[in-house]
Design a protein around this ligand. Structure first.
Ligand code: C5P
Length: 213
């Protein structure tokens, strides 16, 4: 047992939702609270890592010792992650990135009329898959929030995105709340962690991560 198992490691993370603008006052987002990502940033910093957290819009306080970069959209998040990438040992993608964004954000407020309005959406880049596909990728950790068949989807995601570790949870166990029950999927198999508050779960993830590094 080591007191600071991530000492000397540089960890880049994403957390929170993204917000995809439709016009200057409106957009598409999701209900990610950012709690799990911020708890994990805190746990990594406590373990001695130098942590940079790229955060979508969420009200969580920045953990002590963590460098926070605030972004809004998925494209902003991707650009911030790629700019911070050189020299990072670990990349942990916790953000609930919007899968799609409006093709165009209007320069001015969209006015209501009696007519139907259609919004055209285009897929966002997969930030984690892009980082994992870099020539010299860092140790990549992904999250998988599923509503069923957790092991199949989480392990499938690990292999498809070429990740070292996937943290899987059933959405009914974690989303928005203060507690979570996760299972860690790595090359050796599935490792369930006991259900606990999110900081305790985050410390469990860090302990496992440190063993794999
Ligand atoms: O494929 P799925 O979205 O379920 O994968 C979830 C994992 O991928 C999370 O770790 C999430 O942060 C990351 N992700 C990403 N960029 C996206 C979509 C997901 O980094 N556009």
């Amino acid at each position: 047992f080591q007191l600071k198992p991530l000492a000397g490691k540089r960890v880049l993370m994403t957390a929170g939702p993204t917000f995809e603008p439709l016009d200057p006052v409106r957009g598409i987002t999701n209900s990610s609270s950012g709690k799990m990502g911020f708890a994990l940033a805190r746990a990594c910093a406590e373990a001695g890592a130098q942590v940079t957290l790229v955060a979508g819009p969420c009200p969580q306080p920045t953990p002590r010792g963590v460098t926070r970069l605030d972004v809004v959209s998925a494209l902003d998040m991707r650009n911030a992650v790629l700019a911070q990438m050189p020299g990072q040992d670990v990349f942990i993608a916790v953000a609930a990135v919007a899968d799609y964004r409006p093709v165009q954000a209007a320069d001015h407020k969209i006015k209501k009329t009696g007519a139907q309005l259609t919004i055209e959406l285009t897929p966002n880049p997969d930030i984690l898959a892009e980082v994992a596909a870099l020539p010299n990728p860092p140790f990549c950790v992904g999250f998988a929030a599923e509503s069923r068949d957790l092991a199949t989807y989480a392990e499938g995601k690990r292999q498809a995105k070429k990740l070292s570790l996937v943290v899987g949870n059933l959405v009914q166990d974690g989303l928005g709340g203060d507690r979570n029950a996760v299972t860690l999927f790595d090359a050796a198999g599935a490792h369930p962690l006991p259900e606990a508050d999110k900081l305790t779960v985050a410390r469990g993830i860090v302990a496992h991560l440190a063993k794999l590094l």
